[in-house]
Design a protein around this ligand. Structure first.
Ligand SMILES: [Zn+2]
Length: 441
């Protein structure tokens, strides 16, 4: 029988004593018919921001009754925001001063912005809060941008090499100089979910989606259950960033070519250049090809999604690395190792990914710099054509990452090269830990 008593060394948890920052009365949740509950009207899929209505998610002051969304701003950073308030560094009623923060480029309105089947995981008007809701902001409403558009210069070692090797030329505009400095327009996007639309993408009913999100976040966000009238949820997850090379207005122009890479975060490779996978090399290749396309009159886009380690996170990823290396790291067992530890091989769910492409007004992709069948299928099923798929060139694949890439190719990833059988995959081996004694002693 299960012993439900607390261990003697573990004192029973006492309820926290409320500090003077909060009243003793805690509003745990709200209900649709409750007195004073009057959400700001919001019609997802409306033609413009004004008729759609602002997203109001703040619980500060009287807004708790007027909210029309569940969750909090900032994606995963909403927790740091709460910490800053707890620590007394930030006033709970703080309102941002948004002067001069407006976009550096004015993206043209696209029909998808008003289509509630095309965009369900971001606010299509999230970049233009200051213009759209000026009056409400002046009245002290807490309405915040969920997108930001800026411009920057960036410098990648691989782009410098591409210039030195003559694969890229300095044009003074996109590639600024021979060191490989590049000009880029960037769009950062935080997640804003329209729950009926998200449920539809996953083929589940909205109630099941709400229940799963509530239960498996430790009972967070009870309004997912008690407020079926609130259709918007700002989930505590990472967002995405669009990197545009060349004039941003060309992205939606069907008459010029578009090269595009969708890249999912892999911090160990992307930033620290671990050689166990092909992430950073493929990212660098994507950027190089995007620049090339922009230089020849087209457009180049790289979109970076915060979905570390196939959205399983780095702890799971390293556990899998250990299991791979200790179990004889062969490509035939690559996916099984992940499934053993995570229960699934991948949690990235590309179903929501095409939203940003529709927001940008992309109708076709001439050169898709990705081998992923999941990304390909999600994009094509959402109504965007892919004309050509470009695998990572062989010379860019680090030897220890052959295990990963060959396993992926066997599982259906696109290739113009060799597709291995399971028997052959058993021969594709990664590096072991044999030489590590030199480091640890
Ligand atoms: Zn990686």
């Amino acid at each position: 029988m299960l012993d439900t008593k607390l261990s003697p060394t573990m004192p029973a948890a006492e309820p926290p004593s409320p500090t003077q920052r909060y009243s003793k009365h805690i509003i745990l949740t709200t209900y649709p018919g409750q007195s004073g509950i009057d959400p700001v009207p919001l019609e997802w899929g409306a033609v413009d921001a004004k008729s759609r209505g602002p997203i109001v998610v703040s619980r500060s002051g009287n807004l708790v009754k007027r909210r029309n969304a569940i969750g909090a701003h900032g994606g995963s950073y909403s927790i740091y925001n709460a910490l800053a308030i707890a620590a007394g560094d930030l006033d709970a009623d703080f309102r941002p001063d948004l002067r001069n923060s407006e976009p550096t480029f004015n993206f043209q309105w696209q029909p998808a912005w008003a289509d509630k089947t095309k965009i369900v995981s971001m606010d299509p008007f999230g970049h233009d809060i200051v213009n759209s809701y000026r009056e409400e902001l002046e009245l002290g409403w807490d309405i915040r941008p969920t997108m930001a558009i800026t411009r920057a210069n960036m410098k990648l070692a691989e782009i410098g090499e591409a210039v030195r090797d003559g694969r890229l030329k300095v044009d003074g505009s996109i590639v600024v100089d021979s060191s490989g400095e590049v000009r880029v327009t960037k769009v950062a996007v935080e997640p804003v979910w329209y729950l009926p639309g998200v449920a539809e993408r996953f083929g589940v009913d909205e109630g099941t989606l709400r229940r799963a999100l509530f239960e498996h976040t430790g009972g967070s966000y009870p309004e997912l259950i008690t407020r079926p009238d609130l259709k918007i949820f700002l989930p505590p997850i990472g967002g995405q960033t669009v990197y545009i090379f060349g004039p941003p207005e060309r992205v939606s122009n069907e008459n010029v070519k578009l090269a595009l890479r969708i890249h999912d975060e892999c911090n160990g490779s992307d930033v620290f250049q671990s050689d166990i996978c092909t992430c950073r090399p493929y990212l660098a290749f994507g950027i190089e090809e995007a620049i090339k396309e922009a230089q020849s009159g087209g457009s180049g886009v790289v979109i970076y999604f915060r979905k570390e380690g196939r959205a399983l996170g780095e702890v799971i990823k390293y556990l899998v690395y250990n299991a791979r290396k200790r179990g004889g790291d062969t490509a035939d067992k690559y996916f099984t190792r992940t499934e053993n530890i995570a229960g699934v091989r991948d949690m990235r769910f590309q179903a929501l990914m095409p939203d940003i492409l529709h927001w940008l007004g992309i109708k076709k992709i001439d050169r898709m710099l990705s081998m992923s069948n999941m990304k390909h299928d999600a994009i094509v099923e959402s109504g965007i054509k892919i004309l050509e798929r470009i695998p990572i060139p062989d010379y860019m694949i680090p030897s220890d990452s052959r295990v990963e890439i060959d396993a992926k190719i066997n599982a259906g990833y696109f290739t113009t090269g060799k597709q291995y059988t399971m028997e052959e995959l058993a021969q594709v081996k990664g590096r072991g830990w044999e030489k590590w004694e030199d480091v640890t002693h």
